[in-house]
Write a protein that binds this ligand. Structure first.
Ligand SMILES: [Zn+2]
Length: 254
């Protein structure tokens, strides 16, 4: 009898998850993923059906930008100002959520900045070289298309707004960042030179959705060594490995 009973119970359990409309409205826990071990990048697609692009996508990010073609790329028109920022630790990185009104014009496309966050080491590589960190400034246009500006970070002098963010991180893992808002001028996150690399890619975290316009600033921004150390105390390594180009073209500002 038990052989009959067990499959029936399994079928019922499966149905409770998918057959009852009420069940679908219950809060769900998003699948866990990480940067190491059995839930690491090589396994992301196995963790959830919605993550399959992480394995089968043909235009994935990050990439190693090699042999980029010099081109007349549209200017990056940063309409950034100051804002009152607060830091969120989402378990994969620390992130600053940005209120509406911070704009980026790229040719005909008008983006709004949604948030920015960090990875160490940089996910992007240029001719094989990685940087100590990268900041991803995630934008969206009116049609829902994402445009991410990547700012490579290297150890150096003070002066960038990234120090203002990273100096507020907690000293030890497990502590939450200082909740107090602080004033941040977003222009201080950008390098002086506005040349950039341009390619089509994806989110670098699950669900690895494609159709993302990547703009990687060619000039890195300097941050204090202690800012890099502060981030690495929380997240020692949170970079997805580089993905195959699969025939994509990488362009770079002339
Ligand atoms: Zn990112």
């Amino acid at each position: 009898m038990s052989k009959l009973y067990v499959p029936a119970r399994t079928a019922l359990a499966a149905c409770l998850l998918s057959c009852l409309p009420l069940q679908a409205k219950q809060p769900t826990h998003p699948p866990q993923w990480s940067y190491q071990g059995p839930q690491g990048p090589a396994r992301w697609a196995e963790l959830d059906a919605g993550f399959e692009a992480c394995a089968i996508g043909r235009h994935q990010s990050p990439i190693d930008m090699r042999g980029a073609r010099p081109a007349e790329l549209p200017e990056l028109g940063f309409g950034y100002g100051s804002l009152s920022a607060s830091i969120v630790d989402n378990g994969h990185t620390v992130q600053i959520d940005v209120p509406p009104g911070q704009r980026l014009q790229v040719g005909e496309r008008r983006y709004e900045l949604l948030q920015f966050h960090f990875h160490t080491p940089s996910e992007e590589r240029i001719e094989g070289k990685a940087w100590p960190m990268v900041a991803h400034l995630v934008h969206r246009d009116a049609e829902g298309r994402l445009g991410v500006v990547a700012v490579l970070l290297q150890a150096g002098r003070a002066g960038s707004g990234f120090d203002a963010v990273l100096s507020r991180l907690p000293r030890r893992e497990g502590k939450t960042p200082t909740p107090a808002d602080f004033s941040l001028d977003l222009q201080t996150l950008l390098p002086r030179q506005r040349g950039y690399y341009d390619f089509e890619g994806s989110l670098t975290t699950p669900p690895c959705a494609e159709g993302v316009h990547w703009m990687v600033m060619r000039e890195p921004v300097e941050v204090l060594p202690r800012s890099i150390a502060a981030f690495r105390r929380l997240y020692p390594a949170n970079a997805r490995p580089v993905q195959p180009l699969n025939g994509r073209e990488v362009r770079v500002s002339r």
